[in-house]
Design a protein around this ligand. Structure first.
Ligand SMILES: C[S@@+](CC[C@H](N)C(=O)[O-])C[C@H]1O[C@@H](n2cnc3c(N)ncnc32)[C@H](O)[C@@H]1O
Length: 428
């Protein structure tokens, strides 16, 4: 039994050293709330039905799924993929992972960067079905002649934009097509050419502006960013539109003599990419990601006015101006609607104190659904006095509702931070 308490202190010191006592903020950093709750989840949402089919095919062949993560970094792709849920699971079910251990045969990650590979090995080295290797994906498919082909070739978070020349991307796809025996999926993840974050770089002549000088400035807050301007890292990254991606895929199909078929394209982070907060490539950009991060932060009250978007049109790009104008209209309408609901709500009577304004005539169905959902959320939880219902229930729900509206309205044309294509090769 301890007498003076000092002999108990090493236990606390150990806990501090382990890092587990640190307060994690979702407001900043690589794994901020938008990354975990929007970007990861949107990626999972679009890949899920195709992965489900792939799993079913593998089951039919009495095999498990083999995954090659190209540009795996520290192995985040493994977490992203194993976090995909089986949406058909009942609400009371506990085991809901799609890629459960009996389904996953192997996950191999390749990357050029030794430091990231070391981090990957540290984080995942204990998992025997995972392997990490140093290799380049711009010199063809890094697959040994005697290595069996993979079922899913996966890339994430703009990795395909490291193919600065289309020839290397085409070669990679051709190699995959040639090595495929029956069937495979390919998840291609580029930077979107027409993201509002870099409106200054929009061009009609794609050949003029193929690659952007991508400055990794967003990891710092504003003052530190400016103080460290000279030491910031720069990457050369390919900007991709849907028509350019289609041309690359068609050329790879032609060269390999194998059909590579797009299953879906989607824009990820349409208003919430990392550079929307820095304004690095668009002086009209606003810190919307910061405001969305705040919506999802526990115990934090967000000034909802900061979520209101003021899109500045670019002359000569009417097809984009029209699209963004409409999206901004939907986004701002939902934010204004929730501001109105919060004003109207009366905690005493647990009801709205006046009539809720009618929706606009042009209200699209997804916005209509989210508008109604927010009414139910505010009415159903606004009275709940303990645990900050606005901060911890209503605001995160507004975040999910905005995510839903933007995800349903995106068109997969390169208008988000990420343009992602899920492709299939079926030789059966
Ligand atoms: C945007 S990061 C994505 C990392 C990781 N997939 C993730 O989701 O966090 C791109 C990754 O591609 C790697 N990379 C860039 N060029 C490469 C190449 N030619 N061959 C292999 N990896 C490369 C980088 O080292 C980096 O880890």
């Amino acid at each position: 039994m301890s007498r003076n308490g000092n002999d108990q202190m090493p236990a606390y010191s150990e806990a501090v050293k382990s890092g587990l006592y640190e307060k994690h903020s979702g407001l900043v950093g690589k794994y901020d709330n938008v990354r975990r709750l929007w970007e990861d989840e949107i990626s999972r949402h679009f890949l899920r039905p195709h992965l489900q089919k792939l799993i079913d095919r593998c089951r039919q062949s009495l095999r498990r799924v083999r995954i090659l993560d190209l540009g795996c970094g520290s192995g985040d792709g493994y977490e992203l993929l194993t976090g995909i849920r089986d949406r058909d699971a009942d609400l009371e079910q506990v085991e809901v992972d799609l890629l459960s251990p009996d389904v996953l045969g192997q996950y191999k990650g390749v990357d050029l960067n030794e430091d990231l590979l070391r981090q990957a090995a540290e984080a995942h080295g204990h998992r025997s079905k995972l392997a990490f290797e140093q290799a380049s994906f711009t010199e063809g498919l890094p697959l040994a002649p005697d290595e069996p082909p993979y079922d899913l070739y996966f890339t994430s978070f703009g990795t395909c934009s490291h193919h600065n020349e289309d020839e290397t991307m085409i070669r990679l796809l051709v190699d995959i097509a040639r090595r495929t025996e029956d069937y495979c999926l390919i998840n291609c993840d580029w930077l979107g050419r027409y993201s509002y974050e870099w409106q200054n770089l929009w061009t009609h002549e794609h050949a003029e502006n193929r690659n952007m000088d991508y400055v990794v400035s967003y990891i710092y807050e504003k003052e530190e960013r400016e103080a460290r301007r000279d030491e910031l890292q720069h990457l050369t990254l390919r900007l991709m539109s849907r028509s350019e991606a289609d041309a690359i895929i068609a050329e790879a199909s032609r060269q390999s003599g194998v059909e590579i078929r797009p299953l879906c394209f989607y824009d990820r982070s349409v208003f919430t990419g990392r550079h929307i907060d820095t304004g690095e490539y668009n002086p009209g950009a606003q810190p919307i990601r910061n405001a969305v991060n705040s919506l999802h932060e526990v115990n934090r009250r967000t000034d909802l006015q900061e979520l209101l978007f003021d899109y500045v049109p670019k002359p000569g790009f009417e097809f984009l101006n029209r699209y963004y104008e409409h999206l901004q209209g939907c986004w701002n309408y939902l934010v204004h609607h929730v501001i109105t609901l919060l004003k109207l709500y009366d905690e005493e009577s647990r009801a709205f104190s006046g009539p809720i304004p009618e929706p606009p005539a042009a209200c699209p169905a997804p916005l209509q659904r989210m508008r109604e959902r927010m009414e139910r959320v505010v009415e159903g939880t606004g009275w709940y006095g303990m645990g900050l219902p606005r901060e911890n229930i209503i605001e995160p729900q507004l975040g999910y509702a905005l995510r839903d509206v933007i995800t349903k309205q995106q068109q997969g044309q390169g208008c988000g931070h990420g343009l992602v294509g899920v492709l299939e090769i079926d030789k059966t």
